[in-house]
Design a protein around this ligand. Structure first.
Ligand SMILES: [Zn+2]
Length: 248
C-alpha cells in the first residue's frame, strides 16, 4: 500500500505560510506501468517531488531550500474520562497522555497547514527560468519532468489511449529540451542508465541510441534491449516497457 509518514512542516519563503511536505513511507506498484522515457504510473511516487508550490500564494520553490520547522506529530485518540483515569493510575505507561500533551502544544498553524502542491507544467517552466535557485542537477530534474509532459500525448495508457489529447510542447521546444538534457548528462549529472539512449532514439538518432544502450548492464539491461529493438525499427515514439507483475 502506498503510505506516507507524518509530514514535515515547512514555511513558504514568500508568504511565510506553513505547509506540509509529504514524505513517502512505502508504495506498491499494483497495476503500475512504466515507459521507455522512465516515467511510471506508480501512485504516490509522482506526488513526491523536489519541487513544490505554495498552496496559498502559488510561489514555486525547491523544497530542500526551505527551512524545516519540524515533523507534525500524530494526533492521539480522544481520551474519555475513564481511560484518562486509567492512564493516570498507570503513570501513562503507554505514552497516551504524553502524545496528547505534544499534540496540544503543537502550533495551530502546523496542524492546519495545507500540503505543498505538486508543480504542474507551468511551474516547471517557472523553475527553469529561476536561474538563482537552479543548479545543473536541478535543471536536469526539471527538464526530465518537462520531457515526460512532452511525451504524454504519445504515451499510451492501459486502455490504449494517450495520456493527453494534444502535445504539451512544440516539436522544436521538445527537441531543444532533449538536447539540453543530453548536454547535462554529458556533464556527468545523475541519470538513469537507459536515459541517454532513449533521448537519442526519440531524437531519431538511432545508431547513436543503439550504441549508448548496448553499454547498459545490470537490472536495466532487459529494458535497454527493448529500447534497442524500437531503435532498430526506426521507431522514435515513447513506448511502454514494463507492467507490474501483479496486475488487474
Ligand atoms: Zn506562499
Amino acid at each position: 500500500m502506498t503510505s506516507y509518514t507524518q509530514p514535515m512542516v515547512i514555511q513558504c519563503p514568500k508568504c511565510r505560510s506553513c505547509l506540509h511536505r509529504r514524505r513517502l513511507r512505502s508504495f506498491n506498484d499494483f497495476g503500475a506501468m512504466g515507459w521507455s522515457d522512465g516515467h511510471n504510473s506508480i501512485f504516490g511516487l509522482n506526488s513526491i517531488s523536489q519541487l513544490g508550490r505554495c498552496a496559498y500564494c502559488n510561489k514555486v520553490f525547491w523544497l530542500d531550500d526551505l527551512e524545516e520547522l519540524g515533523v507534525l506529530p500524530k494526533e492521539g485518540p480522544r481520551i474519555g474520562a475513564v481511560s484518562r483515569l486509567y492512564h493516570w493510575i498507570t503513570r501513562d505507561s503507554d505514552g497516551v497522555l504524553e502524545r496528547e500533551r505534544i499534540w496540544n502544544a503543537t502550533p495551530w498553524e502546523w496542524k492546519n497547514a495545507k500540503p505543498a502542491e505538486m508543480p504542474d507544467y507551468f511551474d516547471l517552466k517557472i523553475a527553469l527560468a529561476d536561474k538563482g535557485s537552479l543548479t545543473p542537477e536541478r535543471e536536469l530534474l526539471v527538464r526530465r519532468a518537462l520531457w515526460f509532459h512532452g511525451n504524454d500525448h504519445l504515451r499510451l495508457n492501459r486502455d490504449g489511449k494517450p495520456l493527453r489529447d494534444t502535445p504539451r510542447m512544440s516539436v522544436s521546444d521538445a527537441r531543444e529540451n532533449m538536447l539540453a538534457m543530453l548536454d547535462l548528462i554529458a556533464e556527468g549529472n545523475d541519470s538513469r542508465s537507459t536515459e541517454k539512449g532513449e533521448l537519442l532514439r526519440e531524437l531519431g538518432r538511432f545508431e547513436e541510441a543503439i550504441e549508448a544502450l548496448r553499454s547498459v548492464t545490470g537490472d536495466a539491461k532487459e529494458q535497454a534491449e527493448l529500447i534497442i529493438g524500437f531503435a532498430q525499427a526506426s521507431d522514435s515514439v515513447v513506448r511502454e516497457i514494463w507492467r507490474s507483475q501483479y496486475d488487474f
